[in-house]
Design a protein around this ligand. Structure first.
Ligand code: CA
Length: 230
């Protein structure tokens, strides 16, 4: 998922970029309000993190201009301001959420996941877990932005697992999604698909729950927090 980070503090920007990359985001860092506004059309982000305290244009003004052309673009603001008015103002102008500096990385990721989930179900039909992006509409899978070549049935198995990430899928459950038309199924067919998928995906992406089935864990790691700053 493409994320535009508008943050003028180079150390914080760099630390956030690294951490967000690990989370599977493709990050474009903009170090000023003008650079951020320009990147809206050149980079075409799907999600925006915007610092309110910018050197050239006030973050609230950046948000106002962003909303004028991108009414639905999910945007989280970062603020070091403690005034209730600033936050209310930012939310009024159209921020989806805000975080006060210094913030915990895990908290930022949690907020981003909420926005990403909303985005995936309403807009892009994408399921993104740990660098694996499955596009339900286009029926494609990308790993770290690179297209993965999957057979039709490998795709169906992966889709069933990713749609139910965090829950165990039994072999029967997966089979019912693959062979809904009375086809004959070999006894180890699902194992073969899973084994082939594992060769193409990060290790440990698909976990075997012995005696039950398979699962994909969608919980994210929590990298340590970057230096906090305005
Ligand atoms: Ca700042």
């Amino acid at each position: 998922m493409k994320l535009l980070l508008i943050e003028d503090d180079p150390m914080l920007s760099s630390a956030l970029c690294k951490a967000l990359n690990v989370e599977g985001f493709v990050v474009h860092p903009a170090l000023s309000g003008h650079a951020g506004i320009a990147a809206l059309s050149s980079f075409k982000p799907e999600i925006v993190i915007l610092d309110l305290g910018l050197p050239d244009i006030d973050g609230t003004e950046v948000l106002r201009r962003l909303r004028a052309t991108h009414i639905d673009l999910p945007t989280i603001i970062l603020t070091a301001r403690h005034s209730i008015d600033d936050k209310v103002n930012a939310l009024d102008v159209g921020a989806d959420d805000y975080l006060e500096k210094p913030f915990d990385m895990a908290e930022l990721f949690a907020r981003l996941r909420v926005l990403a989930r909303r985005l995936s179900t309403t807009k892009t039909n994408k399921i993104c877990i740990k660098g694996v992006d499955l596009d339900v509409a286009a029926q494609t899978v990308h790993l770290d932005q690179q297209p993965l070549s999957l057979t039709r049935r490998e795709y169906m198995v992966l889709k069933a697992l990713m749609e139910n990430a965090g829950r165990v899928q039994t072999k029967d459950m997966i089979e019912s999604k693959l062979y809904g038309w009375g086809e004959e199924i070999g006894s180890n067919t699902i194992e073969v698909h899973i084994s082939n998928l594992r060769k193409k995906l990060p290790s440990e992406f698909i976990r075997t729950i012995r005696g039950l089935g398979y699962t994909i864990n969608n919980e994210q790691k929590s990298p340590s927090s970057p230096p906090s700053s305005n």
